[in-house]
Design a protein around this ligand. Structure first.
Ligand code: GLN
Length: 185
């Protein structure tokens, strides 16, 4: 299996390491040709506005939407969640795939970053989560399931083949969320 990581900006290298640890060959996706080779795609954390602009100018928006419509599994973490959301407060939606409203930078500034162990439905043991200027999910559509919450806010959500998390599993060396998504391929 080949696992794509959108490699335009953000911590894509850490995600590639997680995929490699799971025995999935990582592929850095920068152009539509790269996307065509992969069985799943991860959108990393970083700066969602920058990832959005670069993805649009690389001509990746429609190809990603087409692949996900035909079932390719996709994981978005932090900025990746924002890039996949249908509604963004404080920003523009890009892929408009997951029926949620997110509010950017809602947990405060960089200094308010924190780590926590979170229970995720469908994953046996708590998942280590690193929150860095994370978005808060304000609203969840009817076809989206909440797999984990933190202090009353959804933090991991699933809509069919799409999974989004407001935190960074990859910065804690956490592999199980990626494994869960790869299980859909
Ligand atoms: N604050 C960033 C954004 O709005 C996301 C931060 C992150 O990915 N850690 O895009």
């Amino acid at each position: 299996m080949k696992g794509g990581v959108l490699a335009l900006q953000g911590d894509f290298r850490e995600h590639a390491h997680v995929l490699a640890d799971l025995g999935i060959a990582p592929v850095e996706v920068r152009r539509p040709d790269d996307l065509a080779q992969v069985d799943l795609l991860v959108i990393p954390g970083g700066e969602s506005t920058t990832i959005g602009k670069l993805a649009a100018s690389a001509g990746l928006v429609e190809p990603i939407r087409e692949r996900t419509a035909s079932g390719m599994p996709m994981l978005g973490t932090c900025a990746g969640m924002i890039v996949m959301a249908k509604r963004v407060e404080g920003g523009e939606p890009l892929l408009s795939l997951v029926d949620i409203t997110v509010r950017r930078n809602a947990y405060g500034r960089q200094v308010d970053s924190f780590e926590s162990d979170v229970e995720v439905n469908g994953i046996d043991h708590p998942v280590r989560a690193v929150f860095i200027r994370a978005p808060i999910v304000e609203d969840v559509g009817p076809n989206v399931s909440v797999l984990a919450e933190h202090e009353g806010h959804p933090i991991v959500l699933e809509q069919g083949n799409l999974v989004v998390a407001s935190f960074h599993p990859e910065l804690a060396g956490e592999t199980r969320l990626h494994e869960y998504v790869a299980g859909k391929a």
